[in-house]
Design a protein around this ligand. Structure first.
Ligand SMILES: Nc1ncnc2c1ncn2[C@@H]1O[C@H](COP(=O)(O)OP(=O)(O)O)[C@@H](O)[C@H]1O
Ligand SMILES: [Mg+2]
Length: 314
């Protein structure tokens, strides 16, 4: 658990953070979302003490981070940033074992661990372990950065726009992979992004910030359903309704097959939003829904999707 208590950060007369209080529950993924310059990175960096706030206290568990040894603190926190900062003269494997080596793990143990981490993030060790950073694509370099952050198995991960520098299809794939990984690892994650779609997709809770303050801290569903300030409403914009569909699994809106042969089908594992896009793209009012092996298991209708998007939940 990470807890921010009344964090103020002043640069001269400018207040970058104006008294932020926030709790990141253990095992959850919380995103700091907001326009550029609203204080996301500043807040994130108070956790590993790259920034000392002017006022206020950051706790990890029940311990004030100021009371912890700085080096020890950082070894217990995985830190992933956009321009990943891999060491160019070290191989992928050597980059991943940096922290375990600092922790004094034996060579065999740390290299075994590094290979496991590479496999976990989808980089086959025989292919990638010996490569150098310049021999990687942007998406592969981000995966190495994640493997490195996870290598010493820290309970806390800080991620600052980790997928910001890669092209949109790669970004979506990295988001999917990270989401799957997080559902297994259950780290306490604080994740910075300015991308609303990304935040809605991956977060347990979203902290929407503006000008150094928290505007709303809520689950994605609650944020999209009931924006509490005019800033939040403006930030979410007109795509708010469509975004709600991206949190609804298609399987929840399925109806039994109606006997007709569908002119287009979609996999049951996608979100309601993807089904909606597919209906629009194909100019249809219903789609067949198939299981993992392609068997027809139901249909989804346009009316059902529209109703789900506008439904007022309790
Ligand atoms: N070292 C600094 N000196 C002065 N102002 C700073 C410094 N670091 C950040 N700021 C200002 O604080 C505000 C918040 O910055 P930052 O946390 O990096 O925003 P974000 O990550 O949300 O884009 C910005 O207006 C930025 O210009
Ligand atoms: Mg930033």
């Amino acid at each position: 658990m990470i807890r921010f208590k009344s964090i103020v950060m002043r640069y001269g007369g400018f207040e970058a953070l104006k008294g932020v209080s926030l709790e990141v529950p253990e095992g959850q993924l919380v995103t700091l979302l907001g326009p550029s310059g609203c204080g996301k990175t500043t807040l994130l960096r108070t956790v590993n003490r790259l920034i000392e706030p002017t006022e206020g206290t950051v706790f990890i568990g029940d311990r004030d981070v100021r009371g912890l040894d700085e080096v020890e603190l950082r070894r217990g926190i995985g830190y992933v940033i956009q321009s990943i900062g891999l060491f160019p003269h070290m191989s992928v494997l050597e980059n991943v074992v940096v922290v375990p080596r600092l922790l004094g793990w034996k060579k065999e143990k740390r290299e075994t661990r590094a290979r496991e981490m590479l496999a976990l993030v989808g980089l086959e060790p025989p292919t990638f372990a010996g490569r150098y950073p310049r021999e990687l694509s942007g998406g592969q370099a981000q995966r190495v950065g994640l493997a490195r952050a996870l290598a010493a198995d820290p309970p806390v991960l800080l991620m600052d726009e980790p997928f910001g520098a890669v092209d949109p299809p790669t970004r979506e794939r990295l988001q999917d992979e990270f989401q799957k990984l997080q559902s297994e690892l259950r780290k306490t994650v604080l994740f910075v992004t300015h991308d609303l779609d990304e935040a809605v997709k991956i977060s347990d809770r979203i902290c929407l910030m503006s000008l150094g303050q928290v505007e709303q801290y809520d689950t994605p569903e609650a944020l999209l359903r009931s924006p509490r300030t005019s800033f939040v409403q403006g930030f979410l914009g007109p795509s708010r309704t469509l975004l709600r569909l991206s949190r609804i699994p298609l399987s929840r809106l399925l109806e039994p097959p109606d006997g007709h042969h569908p002119s287009a089908t979609i996999q049951h594992s996608v979100s309601a939003r993807e089904a909606f896009s597919s209906l629009l793209a194909n100019g249809l009012r219903s789609l067949g829904v198939t299981d993992d092996v392609g068997l027809l298991i139901g249909v989804v209708r346009l009316e059902t999707l529209l109703a789900a998007a506008s439904e007022e939940e309790p």
